[in-house]
Design a protein around this ligand. Sequence first.
Ligand code: X8Z
Ligand code: ZN
Length: 649
Amino acid sequence: MIRLYLNMLPKIFIIGCFCILAIIAKDVSIEEEEYNARNFLILLNRQTEKDSNRLSLANWAYASNLTEENLKNQLAVAAEVAKNEKEAWQRVIQYNWKTFSDPSLKRQFQKYSVLGISALPEEKFKNLNKIVSDMEAIYSKAKICPFGAKTAETEECKLGLEPELTNILATSRNPEELKHVWLEWRNAVGPKCRLLYEQYVNLTNEAARLNNFTDVSEYWLDDYEDPNFKSQIQSLWEQLKPLYLQIHAYVRTKLRGKYGEIVSEKGPIPMHLLGNMWAQSWSNVADFMLPYPDAKDENLTEELKKQNYTATKIFRTAEEFFKSINLSEMPETFWNNSVLEKPSDREIVCHASAWDFFDQKDFRIKQCTEVTGEHFITAHHEMGHIEYFLQYKDQPVKFREGANDGFHEAIGDLIALSVESTKHLRKIGLVHSEKDDPKQVLNNLFKLGLSKITFLPFGYLMDLWRWDVFSGKTKPEDYNCKWWELREKYQGVEPPVDRSEEDFDPAGKYHIIADVPYLRYFISFVIQFQFHRSLCEKAGQYEHNNLEKPLHECDIYQNQAAGNVLKQMLAMGSSKPWPEAMEVVTGQRKMDASGILEYFKPLQTWLEEENRKSNAFIGWEPSKKVCVRTRQELLDAQKDNTTTIPAQA
Ligand code: X8Z
Ligand code: ZN
């Protein structure tokens, strides 16, 4: 035990082997308590930095080399850190922090007062961590056979999600191959994760309740510091839905033109045809449905390949943009420690991520980068996270977060909105045409719409599904069918084959099995356009209703005035409630759909006209695909030639 006596702090001593200060007397004045609290916090923050660093290193070691040994180490470190957190929390809650007059002190205490999953008893904590790590390993190591493979277990059966299956989904136009990959991926992951997922739900709920939340959904939403947040999200979606319906109807018409009867005129879209494993972004099918097929631009993937881009060159290009607006370059450690390509000698979690090691020096990206347009954009996305880490690195450790998690997701995407403009791609030599042809501009706006507008209902429904799972409204026996109900209701897509509760399709998406909330991406896809609009105004490149200066042609490259306000917001971290951070850049304190709607206005007008001309049905009728409890039910129904099986609600 270390004892320490400080002048003027007679009633405080340091307790415990990891130096946590504790108040032991109750009769201190409010001022004295706040003074003591400040000193306590200095030590606690130091401890938190050290523990977060250790934990991030152990998590990184496992995620970048999925071995049993790394797993064991990660679980051990996580348990030790949880124990420290629990002890610290017990001290934190002894303070009357709600009465503190210093807002920063009070806010840090408020953050420390929510313990999170460390509230679980040790065995349960370890169990929960192991379950999530196991699901991540199942997902990351899953392999399937190629379409048309003769036997099940041949040498060929080594196709993993990244890059093989992702590439097939993006480039194959053979519906049978697409169906095969779609189905086999889910067969490889879903059933193995179902029981683990049920245990995960029970354990995280238990942790949430120990933190006085009704369930995990309430815990997740707590971060937004607004009891009405859910209804604001719903209202944003309702404002955006008409735009989504237009692009949905247009795409269905074009897919029907290409694939014929497997795409019905009025039904949901068979999702395996949309160029992405989860149908969350449809830009990979743009090539055969451009508004002006004869005004095709360079294909970004081909251009990057032609110019011998490598993973490092992609990230250096991204860095150059950040630097040009007076944001920070990547530190040397970033280039030394990041994993920017898929290693061939070990299994890793390929899902792209950015890491803060909480020592103000070490920041890394892990991405199995392929030289494609999609990865080019993802590299900017990930570097946006690093830029946020860098700008808030001097904040107290509890404020080293985004203003909310949607802000963190929005930064790289916001930069990518400039990067993807034809004007910018031309500047950096990735587009060769000399000037903007309005047809090309609309084609590009359509391509971007296929990744931004189409994402919105997906970004929303992922957590709509989980909120009801956590609250118990959706029971385990209905997990899969409920998933498909939401997919149909919000996205208007359907699976290529009937489903049952013997499948567990949500597990085919990384964030579900890795315990990562998803609402952040919906938020990001709305607010990134608000940020973009404001920065473009600042850069003098956008004026509302000025057709000469449309939002989608703005590029803030080299504009330090724009970069500086962004920097100011990033440097705040989560030290203030998110509306204050938003106000710094936009002058607004609310999420606002008008940013994205203004951006895509010319596309919306064009789509409405086109859908009218082709007499396209807007919306969708119920899917003919079914979801039932067991596969046997499906087989029986098919035998009896029953065409309608009621979907489980
Ligand atoms: O997970 C990501 C990033 C890492 S934060 C690559 N994204 C979501 C996804 O892939 O589902 C970016 C957009 C949506
Ligand atoms: Zn991200």
